[in-house]
Design a protein around this ligand. Sequence first.
Ligand SMILES: [Zn+2]
Length: 410
Amino acid sequence: MISGATLLERADALAAITETPPALTRSYLTPEHRRASELVLGWMREAGMSAALDPAGNCAGRYEGTKPGLPCLMLGSHLDTVRDAGKYDGILGVLAAIACVEALNRAGERLPFAIEVLGFGDEEGVRFGGTLIGSRAVAGDFDPALLELRDAAGVSLAEAYRAFGLDPARIPALARKRGDLLAYVELHIEQGPRLESEGLPVGVVTAIAGFTRLQVEIAGTAGHAGTVPMAGRRDALAAAAECVLAVERRGSAAGLVATVGKIEAAPGAINVIPGTCRFTVDMRSADDALRESAVAALTDDFRAIAARRGVEIAIRGTQSSKAATCAPWLMDQIGAAIEAEGIRQFRLMSGAGHDGMAMTRIADIGMLFVRCARGISHNPAEAITAADAEIGARALLRFIRAFKPKGEPR
Ligand SMILES: [Zn+2]
């Protein structure tokens, strides 16, 4: 019933709708977002759903259960992309959910709950910088201050909604309350190499990592690279280099990852000792307490390095997010569906953020990952096989058919 080839064809059709051909970029509230939404809404209707754009620009489809108005199992992911993106990040989860409903509809099956499929308009935050705008709106966490965000051309989010034909005043009414949803479940490509190394097409996600982001600035003394003796230099970049190694060391502890992704030294000349250096830190873990203690230890490392080298250091937390834990009862049901497909159940953490982070505000969440080649994503080289896409969607369909809301006997 479910065809992996069709899933990939539909992903290709969506990938052709781009702001930057031949590269794929599709950001929030653009003409490309509209065209992609029309395609997706059409597929939703063909699959037997009522479907429309909601006031936050999400594609929202609903397939009623045995009687109208039942609480829903919500499935979803995002339809926006990063710049020069791959074809499957987010998209696959929406397409797989639609394919599941299509299979139920073709078989004339109605379940004792409704199914809603959400194709969120903004997860990546490329255009306006605020991430998860689509799912936060549905989860009742849309901050009206976001409307003042501006894109690179100076267009505010509020103006972009109006230009798209949406009334931002209607967004708060989108908010679902805890208890409205039986659960939120998302299929997504792994974006990492673990399923591939396990030789498995799909896996059960345990949690979405929380993160801490720091901006660090070191001030030393610039000077002539030829005349200032090595002893007594206050080289900001050399101090930062030691800090980078401390990040790597702290991030190598079990349950953590940490990265310095950006570093700039000034004045930035071959014959000048760097006087200042700025760098970023991104540390993630599924365990919030572990992450917080590692960040504290790292901050101590930084201060010790700066003191020993006689440089000034300023450490600023720019962003942080708590880990989103997948509900054990959903992990069990997703795992059982995977095993029923004849596949060993494997559980793994998500190092990347997902819409489920926003949805934990109103519902228990579950996720399943589909293997992607070499763990590459946010890159046009992102690749999956039709066979894996099909297994993922089939496991999702099995999960839906067997789904028992929390507390009901299985
Ligand atoms: Zn994604």
